[in-house]
Design a protein around this ligand. Structure first.
Ligand SMILES: Nc1nc2c(ncn2[C@@H]2O[C@H](COP(=O)(O)OP(=O)(O)OP(=O)(O)O)[C@@H](O)[C@H]2O)c(=O)[nH]1
Ligand SMILES: [Mg+2]
Length: 218
């Protein structure tokens, strides 16, 4: 019995800090988007393409979550956008206290949009709210079209699903209509975008959606 209580209290503690983060971000007028995906699906690539595309339209800040290294934060820093790397020390997801610490290191008053790259996997990040307005799952074409079946919690948590690497569709057997049907089956309210960070195809729809969030912060 006490063990169950500890787990519940841990989740409640996370939710309480997530609510604080959400309040803090709302006070500063910052919309936060939590990007979740498998390793290598293109989270950092999409952040970099988004920063380019929103140049002059939104003031962006980035939190990079990884188990180790600061490679992704270094890539983002080359754009001049403020970025904080969070290393989880092996942990498989970001949590709200980690994001709270990162927020202290970001110039929130000079930001409109916070992009949070979660740790790469399709399981753990789904269960931990961070204070974000929107949850985005990026699924990439080489991973296969069956992921909503195998990782339903992740797709249920998503406000938006981005299918990335669509430039590779001619070379792989990813069935886009079947994938869309699976997403619709587990989460009918999720919006689906198709993108390529290689050719820029579909990026403008994604970027316009992000830009529109600032008019109606969640
Ligand atoms: N062909 C193709 N390659 C892509 C696309 N987007 C990303 N990549 C490549 O996929 C690889 C992984 O991209 P990242 O952006 O580092 O992926 P990530 O999800 O941030 O990876 P982790 O942070 O390690 O989990 C890189 O070699 C990218 O160049 C795309 O749309 N098309
Ligand atoms: Mg990355």
């Amino acid at each position: 019995m006490p063990e169950v209580k500890v787990v519940q209290q841990f989740m409640q503690a996370n939710d309480s800090v997530a609510a604080d983060n959400r309040r803090l971000l709302a006070e500063r007028g910052v919309v936060a988007v939590n990007l979740m995906a498998s390793p290598g699906a293109g989270k950092t690539s999409l952040i970099l393409r988004t920063i380019e595309a929103l140049d002059g339209r939104a003031r962006i800040g980035v939190i990079e979550g990884d188990t180790a290294s600061q490679i992704d934060a270094d890539r983002v820093a080359t754009t001049g956008v403020p970025v904080v790397q969070v290393n989880t020390g092996g942990g498989c997801h970001l949590d709200a206290p980690m994001v709270r610490s990162a927020l202290d290191a970001l110039p929130l008053d000079d930001m409109d949009l916070l992009l949070i790259e979660n740790v790469g996997n399709l399981v753990c990040p789904a269960g931990f709210r961070l204070g974000e307005s929107q949850n985005v799952v990026i699924a990439s074409v080489p991973e296969g079209d069956d992921k909503p079946y195998k990782y339903p919690a992740m797709f249920i948590a998503a406000d938006v699903v981005v299918v990335n690497k669509i430039d590779l569709l001619p070379y792989l057997d990813f069935d886009l209509p079947a994938f869309r049907r699976l997403v619709q089956g587990v989460n009918p309210r999720a919006r689906v975008f198709e993108t390529s960070c290689r050719t820029d195809e579909g990026l403008s729809d994604w970027v316009d959606w992000l830009d529109g969030l600032r008019a109606r912060p969640g």
